[in-house]
Design a binder for this molecule. Structure first.
Ligand SMILES: NC(=O)c1ccc[n+]([C@@H]2O[C@H](COP(=O)([O-])OP(=O)(O)OC[C@H]3O[C@@H](n4cnc5c(N)ncnc54)[C@H](OP(=O)(O)O)[C@@H]3O)[C@@H](O)[C@H]2O)c1
Length: 316
């Protein structure tokens, strides 16, 4: 059982501009104070920094926390061969050390190549890690719906992490129903479209040189879908303005975007990133809001179909 609004720990690791240890710790502690019991991280976020900050949090707090990490992105080039027993075991050991634990709660393959899902032997290696007590459960983080559908054919894949938000609606079409049938947990990542769906960005917003919203705008460093959900900033901003008109009184754009995700029962949790306690408080507040009505849901779908789908729907 995990909090429906959980915490994504990429931004406190790196690639999002400077976040001090103190700021990161404040955001993490606020998440726990606000009822979050599940944190998503990866071995590569700040080269282990995010995992180490979470280890510090676990030492400082008495609450039970479930931590999901990922492996695979230490490869210099994504190949199937890279997902070898030796490599996976090596990455796993580093994560165990960083997280200060003997067993990982959940290990996710970190957006491996599509063809990996044709390789049962890789999932067999993960089964061996479970038997050896190195990991409790495993899952996958995917880029495409087709990868998600293939992944859940493997019986021991417990979770799928996928981009799902007002600007990325295709997972709800087919995948969610299949995942529910198979009782697979879904982690909705990039729930605020990298901050776009908070409604705070402007056409002239600027980002630090080491923030992926600066250096990965066209997919220069990794899949462009991870930055603003793959939506062109200008088109995204226009769509946010249309969506703003749908906000119930007293509800912020961030809360609205997260509440929209929680309307889908197949979703186990959304994992918004947060750099500051105020952001975390606002994000967690989405859980307390009443459901959105059907007219509002239809309006979000209409905006998506008209403006956003042509940019993303066929791609992921
Ligand atoms: N391949 C993968 O597996 C993969 C890829 C991407 C993400 N993820 C996971 O998914 C998590 C969430 O995705 P994400 O962090 O990329 O994007 P996101 O959650 O859509 O956006 C997070 C960013 O939005 C801003 N923000 C958050 N809450 C806000 C609020 N209430 N008001 C204003 N601004 C707010 C913050 O940045 P600023 O304050 O700087 O604007 C924050 O870093 C990650 O942390 C990571 O755990 C996994």
């Amino acid at each position: 059982m995990v909090s429906e609004i959980s915490f994504g720990a990429w931004a406190i690791g790196g690639s999002w501009g400077q976040v001090s240890d103190q700021e990161a710790s404040a955001a993490l502690n606020q998440a726990v104070d606000s009822g979050v019991n599940f944190i998503d991280t990866a071995d590569v976020y700040g080269d282990g920094r995010s995992e180490r900050l979470i280890a510090d949090l676990k030492k400082a707090r008495r609450e039970e926390l479930v931590v999901a990490t990922k492996a695979g992105r230490r490869l210099p080039r994504q190949t199937i061969e890279g997902y070898s027993r030796e490599n996976l075991a090596g990455w796993l050991e580093v994560s165990l050390r960083n997280l200060g634990t003997e067993t990982l709660d959940l290990l996710q393959l970190h957006c491996p190549p599509t063809e990996l899902y044709d390789r049962p032997e890789v999932f067999g290696i993960l089964d061996d890690f479970v038997r050896a007590g190195k990991i409790r459960y495993y899952g996958v983080s995917v880029q495409k719906v087709e990868e998600a559908l293939k992944a859940i054919e493997y019986p021991n894949v417990q979770t799928v992490q996928i981009i799902f938000n007002c600007f990325r609606q295709r997972p709800a079409d087919l995948f969610f129903a299949r995942a529910r049938q198979k009782e697979v947990g879904i982690l909705a990542r990039v729930p605020l479209a990298s901050g776009l769906l908070t409604g705070k960005l402007r056409p002239d917003s600027t980002f630090a040189a080491d923030d992926h919203r600066n250096f990965n705008r066209h997919g220069e460093a990794f899949d462009v879908g991870e930055t603003f959900s793959g939506v062109d900033l200008q088109v995204g901003l226009e769509s946010v303005e249309e969506m703003r008109r749908l906000l119930p009184t007293g509800v912020s754009m961030s809360e609205f975007a997260l509440r929209w995700i929680l309307m889908f029962e197949a979703v186990s949790c959304a994992i918004p990133g947060g750099k500051r306690p105020e952001q975390v408080i606002e994000n967690c507040h989405a859980s307390d809001l009443p459901p959105l009505n059907s007219e509002t849901m239809a309006a979000v779908e209409r905006i998506y179909k008209q403006k956003i789908a042509p940019q993303v729907h066929h791609r992921w």
